[in-house]
Design a protein around this ligand. Structure first.
Ligand code: DSN
Length: 414
């Protein structure tokens, strides 16, 4: 059988991939859960390891031919354990949602009470939101943020937890612009006999780089994706204390998944190696510096930020005072070469598919090497694009200026 390359075999897909690469080169990617992986991570994820089945774990597989896959997975596990300082790591979850489902399978029975942050307050679907299987197979109770501060109120979390006695308490989410107080959550979980699970999908790279307090020593289980601030391939990981290792492993396989995606495991191993360097530590701290600088610039332009600013990689803008819906703003920004996502804000009077906010973040921009000085320009383009959301020529001009800046800061991996 002939074996042509992608361009020859499937020019339609090859074209789309090439155009996506160009798009990623030319625009400012501000979606806080996205990033650019390194060339090495990209290379590892496109390898022949995709050809191999490996159900089981290193040393205990249900398929032969694991001579080289076992050391790949062992390297990924050992690097995760060393980087985060945990007893045990499972690098097989396909992504964050399957990782979180494995946590439920390990510790809960259908109908058990579970507690997490409400989705509109910044939580994740899998922390018990109604439209997710986690909100129907279990009995979800939720905490939010204080309207006045936009921050979690641990006294309120404690009150709900005392009343509801959840089996699992989730800390973390997807639209939280502030530091998560893992120690505070741990004291509540301990008091009510819940297992504290830290979902660090968004902040894993910040934790690894020392730019956000670590949940290790506070949370019994830690769930994460590998592709956000951690700058790895799309994937997931679970980490835990030694006493939970067997339950977590059994829940991932055979409980929930079949064969691990070995090409992804290899790329995770590479990303974890990169994340252990001093260069990555500096990167993680720069993400936070950039986010603070961008937040200051936006505040100076009259933008209303949920919680009044940012301590991490993420900024949530409430556009109510600008009289522009989140979706209108996000679409105008996209036409101006600035990629964001529209997002609910706490107590949003609008619907999730047409909410009041826009969520932005600095991980991808920081991977390109942008620093505080460039944040002034980014804020001014955002302001201009949102004010001129119906003016195609203004948006086109901004897109040209954005492209010029992007070309001065080439992204890794492209
Ligand atoms: N989809 C992710 C995010 O954008 O935050 C969460 O799963």
């Amino acid at each position: 059988m002939s074996d042509p390359g992608l361009r020859e075999r499937d020019p339609e897909i090859a074209d789309l991939v090439a155009k996506e690469e160009q798009r990623q080169r030319d625009c400012l990617r501000l979606i806080p859960s996205e990033n650019y992986v390194s060339r090495a991570v990209l290379e590892a994820s496109g390898t022949v390891l995709t050809n191999k089945y490996s159900e089981g774990y290193p040393g205990k597989r249900y398929y032969e031919g694991q001579q080289l896959i076992d050391p790949v997975e062992r390297l990924a596990i050992d690097r995760a354990r060393a980087l985060f300082g945990v007893d045990h790591a499972n690098v097989q979850p396909y992504s964050g949602s399957p990782a979180n489902l494995a946590v439920y399978l390990a510790f809960c029975k259908p109908g058990d009470t579970i507690m997490g942050m409400a989705l509109p307050a910044g939580g994740h679907l899998t922390h018990g939101w109604g439209v997710s299987i986690t909100g129907s197979f279990f009995r979800p109770v939720r905490y939010g943020v204080k309207k006045a501060t936009g921050r979690v109120d641990l006294d309120e979390v404690r009150e709900i937890a005392r009343k509801e006695r959840p089996k699992i308490l989730w800390a973390g989410g997807t639209a939280i612009p502030r530091t998560v107080d893992f120690a505070g959550f741990a004291s509540i979980a301990k008091e009510v006999g819940a297992i504290l699970v830290a979902d660090i999908a968004h902040i894993a790279g910040l934790v690894a780089g020392g730019a956000h307090p670590s949940p290790v020593g506070h949370a019994e289980v830690i769930s994460t994706t590998t592709h956000k601030t951690l700058r790895g391939p799309r994937g997931g990981m679970l980490m835990c204390n030694a006493n939970h290792a067997a339950a977590i492993d059994k829940a991932v396989f055979p409980g929930l998944q079949g064969g691990p995606h070995n090409h992804t495991t290899a790329a995770i191993a590479v990303a974890l190696k990169e994340a252990a360097t001093d260069e990555f530590k500096a990167y993680a701290h720069q993400i936070v510096k950039n986010s603070r600088a961008l937040a200051e610039e936006l505040l100076a332009r009259g933008f209303d930020l949920v919680s009044g600013g940012s301590d991490n990689h993420l900024i949530l803008i409430d556009l109510t005072n600008k009289d522009v819906p989140g979706k209108t703003a996000a679409r105008a920004l996209d036409r101006a070469g600035i990629e964001t996502n529209y997002n609910t804000v706490p107590d949003d009077p609008r619907k999730p598919f047409d909410p009041s906010g826009v969520r932005i973040g600095t991980p991808a921009m920081t991977s390109r090497g942008l620093r505080e000085a460039e944040m002034k320009k980014v804020a001014s383009w955002m302001d201009e694009a949102i004010r001129n959301h119906a003016d195609e020529s203004a948006l086109g001009r901004i897109a040209g200026e954005v492209r010029e800046l992007c070309h001065a800061f080439p992204a890794p991996g492209l």
